[in-house]
Design a protein around this ligand. Structure first.
Ligand code: HEM
Length: 512
């Protein structure tokens, strides 16, 4: 083909593209402008980028990842931009980022039906979890949620005996001579044993030293690899490309997760054959076996629940004990509350735990400063609006086109000075105690959201808090000395949850 033919082809292509653009402007574009005007929308603050496609932001994100300072960077980002809702173009995607409670409420609750959990999440998580409560929407999600809901009724959540059995195993396994113990991995075993016992009727029993926990260890390692299948310290542009290539280790790890869940199902089927009597409480796995004929679906639901119940509660519990170990004043006050509400040797009841205001304040404050799910994303299913963020004062609605995403940063919202005061970066449980901190009681509403909100609010919230509070009380009752053995600051380890990558290193002593 000669030069002129190439030139002609080029001109034809450009004309076609221009015509397509004109057509788009006259149809979709004009509809969107009309929609935006009708709703009084004004553009949001735009993040200026130096490189095309926001590549400079990607490079900066990667640098912060390598330094384990992504969360700190997110908090600073909103402060530096001096805005709460920001419009970004990021590697070919149109994303709004926000730490505005009104916008988050709209996406999660008021306009729930206009937003999806996003194709990326369904595809990525679905590839190793299968279809379950975390990876589905519409009727499939509704069915999962309805099957799970009875597990979390008060009568079930308030059953302390299950928590006690596993917590006693944890306490028995700890060194009590004052040597350094990292509580974090043990707490991860604990939450996994409790979640499996509570929801499947069969515990993974990884804290039971008489049992071989080879499969549990393998499962945990596989899960951790799937969440972050690259070396964080060598993260670079190449890593992005690498993630698109086939990965045999990823497949192997997915198989390990599936085999692990299959073993639980097989065990339950065998137990049913040998003893057909049903337990008195509602057990999620039993209900699934009775109502869902598809084995793969059952396995997927189990894996979805492990994701939900293990790392989350263990991160909270580990953070709380880490904080108590290095804050003698807060620890002493909590010890006094335990002594006055329960006593030092007696098992706490569900009601007593609920009545402990200072313990609850510590839980709140830990989740405020170190939210276990620090950020999350949704995708617009239709052209829609956010109620705030438009114009220089951010008080006007913002137009969001179908397909754009919103990333809401709970971690930044929990540090907002206008909501929490000038000491928003300080760990101060008293801010949650009416009349003890500041001139007016703290009522953050949607400005405090560790468990999300709206129809997809965390279904395990009450269970997680009861579990964490129970373990904290039992630990303090058992160990009059709980001291830190870690001089490092809290440092993030991020996958889809955030925990302290330095663990929870403490020294414990029993009474003489
Ligand atoms: C401190 C502990 C926990 C925290 C901070 C937490 C936080 C969250 C958050 C933020 C979500 C919303 C996710 C989203 O919409 O994308 C969520 C959903 C969920 N959580 Fe939790 N969670 C915790 C413990 C648990 C436990 C112990 C269980 C169950 C044993 C559980 C079960 C679930 C389930 C099933 C969902 C999905 C709900 C749905 O999509 O309908 N969570 N959790």
């Amino acid at each position: 083909m000669g030069f002129f033919s190439f030139a002609r082809l080029g001109v034809a292509l450009l004309t076609l593209l221009a015509a397509r653009r004109v057509y788009w402007e006259l149809t979709v574009g004009s509809q969107r402008r009309a929609f935006s005007t009708q709703h009084g929308c004004v553009p949001a603050h735009k993040k200026k980028t130096r490189l095309p496609f926001g590549l400079d932001m990607l490079l900066k994100d990667q640098k912060k990842f390598r330094e384990y300072r992504v969360l700190e960077y997110i908090i600073e980002f909103f402060r530096d931009e001096n805005a709460h809702t920001i419009d970004l173009r990021y590697v070919g995607q149109h994303i709004f980022v926000t730490d505005d409670p009104e916008n988050i409420k709209t996406v999660l609750a008021t306009d729930f039906g206009r937003w999806s959990i996003g194709v990326a999440r369904i595809k990525w998580m679905g590839s190793f979890l299968g279809t379950g409560i975390f990876t589905s929407e519409g009727p499939v999600w509704k069915h999962s949620r309805e099957t799970l809901r009875p597990c979390f009724e008060r009568s079930q959540v308030s059953d302390i005996s299950l928590l006690d059995k596993h917590t006693t195993r944890l306490i028995d396994s700890l060194s009590k001579d004052g040597s350094t113990v990292d509580l974090q991995p043990l707490i991860q075993d604990l939450t996994m044993d409790i979640t499996s016992d509570f929801l499947f009727g069969i515990s993974t029993d990884s804290l039971d030293k008489s049992k071989d926990d080879k499969h549990t260890k393998e499962f945990i390692k596989a899960f951790e690899y799937i969440m972050v299948p690259f070396d964080v310290e060598n993260l670079g542009l190449w890593t992005v490309v690498e993630q698109l290539l086939p990965n045999r280790k990823l497949k192997k790890c997915t198989k390990i997760l599936q085999d692990f869940a299959d073993r639980i199902i097989d065990e339950e089927i065998a137990a049913r054959k040998s003893s057909p009597s049903k337990p008195s409480r509602y057990v999620f796995l039993h209900e699934l076996l009775d109502t869902v004929p598809d084995r793969i679906r059952i396995r997927s639901e189990l894996l979805n629940i492990f994701l939900a119940g293990r790392d989350t509660t263990s991160a909270l519990l580990s953070n709380v004990l880490w904080t108590l170990s290095r804050s003698p004043t807060i620890q002493s006050r909590l010890r006094r509350e335990i002594t006055s509400h329960i006593g030092d040797a007696v098992l706490p009841t569900f009601t007593q735990l609920k009545d402990m205001r200072y313990l609850k304040a510590i839980m709140n404050e830990s989740q405020r400063l170190y939210p276990v799910v620090p950020s999350n994303t949704r995708e617009a299913l239709v052209d829609t609006t956010l109620p705030r963020g438009g114009g220089p004062d951010e008080q006007s609605p913002v137009f969001v086109p179908k397909g754009a995403s919103i990333t809401y940063h709970i971690v930044a919202m929990h540090r907002r000075v206008d909501v929490y005061g000038e000491d928003a970066d300080v760990f101060e449980p008293a801010r949650w105690m009416d009349g003890e901190h500041g001139s007016s009681p703290l009522r953050p509403g949607w400005g405090y959201l560790p468990f999300s909100g709206g129809p997809r609010v965390c279904i395990g919230q009450q269970f997680a808090l009861t579990e964490a509070m129970f373990v904290v009380v039992r630990m303090l009752q058992t160990f009059p000395v709980l001291e830190s053995r870690d001089s490092e600051p809290w440092t993030e380890k991020i996958n889809i949850t955030a925990s302290n990558r330095n663990g929870c290193k403490v020294s414990l002593r029993m009474a003489e």
